[in-house]
Design a protein around this ligand. Structure first.
Ligand code: UD1
Length: 344
């Protein structure tokens, strides 16, 4: 199948491109590298052993996007291109709505113009906000607590409205990710946070590598077994495979619109994650308990049974796999300037 991937050099995007090529799909990436690196494209090519078709463009550029769509004539689009920092979204809400909502609208219009009738959308468990209970099913109320989460929820609404429009032929898989972590087992691609990481896993690996003094554990008084926050950490390769399975489900005409949680169905605490990383790294990783981070929730893990059933997919990699792969990637990045293509 011909698959257009927006944001194909990003964290989840790059791993999904690898799995799409492995599954025999013909992939075209569009990417503006606003939060990713050009050398990731070469790394993807090294893993797949094939050249990767890439058009450098911004998804808000309707003319450029349409030109790619007209030339490539995709059977489906997987849409990752978006801004994803919760804290930045609070500072720059208009920018987040422009890229995440405006970009998605431009993409949907251009897809309609070329008759492309399948979309897989990168959404987030952040649409649930503070869940009433765990595990969280897709039917749980949505109530995102920040602009980033609201742009994802509006993206979902936008896509559902396009599916429901009179005469529309669009079908859509809306994938709500829990906490994507890990890296490709080759150590060639992984997460590349710019500056100080907001997310826990890259903060742990950078601390283990000596780049940061200690991990700040945000909150130890949550109603969880050890008082620290509990999340559903899903290996990025498992997540990538779910996108390939979602495409297959759309082709099988499983439903016009599928909203699916992508998680493992198991929660781990901050301290459990630090301990597992320590066992992989071979030494204790320093941490200090601090107050809660504003906007954080105590616990959130998925009920992934719908995705398991509809996609015939489940997350297979363990927390140990996650830590081992993330650490291999961290080591590949450490001791040199990973952002410099000459040494990457
Ligand atoms: C965060 C975002 C969420 C986004 C997700 C993407 C917030 C409030 N939420 O989720 O919208 O979809 O990333 O991956 O930013 N922690 C520490 N020390 C740290 C960093 C995190 O203790 O330095 C804790 C947090 O309190 C939390 C857990 O680690 O309990 C996971 O945090 P993080 O990786 O930032 O993910 P989320 O907060 O779940």
């Amino acid at each position: 199948m011909k698959v257009l991937v927006t944001g194909g050099a990003g964290f989840v995007g790059s791993h999904t491109v690898v799995e799409l090529v492995a599954a025999g799909h013909d992939v075209q990436v569009v990417e503006n590298f606003c939060n990713s690196e050009r050398w990731i494209v070469e790394r993807i090519e090294r893993i797949t052993g094939q050249p990767l078709a890439l058009d450098e463009l911004d998804i808000r550029d309707h003319a450029a996007l349409l030109a790619t769509l007209k030339r490539f004539q995709p059977d489906a689009v997987i849409h990752f291109a978006a801004l994803k920092s919760v804290s930045e979204s609070a500072e720059l809400p208009a920018r987040y709505y422009d890229v995440n909502v405006g970009g998605t609208a431009t993409l949907l219009e251009a897809m309609q113009e070329v008759g492309c009738a399948r979309i897989v959308f990168s959404s987030s468990a952040t649409v649930y906000g503070q869940p009433e209970a765990c595990p969280v099913p897709e039917s749980a109320p949505v109530n995102p607590g920040n602009p980033y989460g609201r742009t994802k929820l509006i993206g979902e609404w936008l896509i559902r409205d396009c599916v429901a429009a009179p005469g529309a032929s669009l079908s859509a898989a809306i994938l709500r990710y829990f906490n994507p972590v890990g890296a490709h087992p080759s150590g060639l691609i992984g997460e590349l946070p710019r500056g100080v990481p907001n997310n826990l896993a890259p903060y742990i690996t950078q601390t283990a590598a000596g780049q940061r003094d200690y991990i700040r554990v945000f909150g130890d008084d949550y109603a969880t077994p050890d008082g620290t926050g509990v999340r559903d950490y899903i290996h990025v390769v498992d997540l990538a495979k779910a996108h390939v399975a979602a495409l297959d489900a759309l082709v099988r005409n499983e439903a016009r619109e599928l909203t699916l949680n992508l998680g493992t169905g198991r929660g781990y605490s901050v301290l459990e994650l630090i301990e597992t990383f320590s066992s992989v790294v071979g030494h204790a990783i320093p941490y200090q308990r601090q107050g809660r981070r504003v906007g954080d929730i105590g616990e959130c893990w998925a009920d992934p049974s719908r995705a398991n059933h509809v996609l015939g997919w489940r997350a297979e990699k363990s927390l140990l796999d996650i830590c081992a792969d993330a650490w291999r990637w961290q080591q590949a990045c450490s001791g040199r300037d990973a952002l410099d293509p000459a040494v990457a």
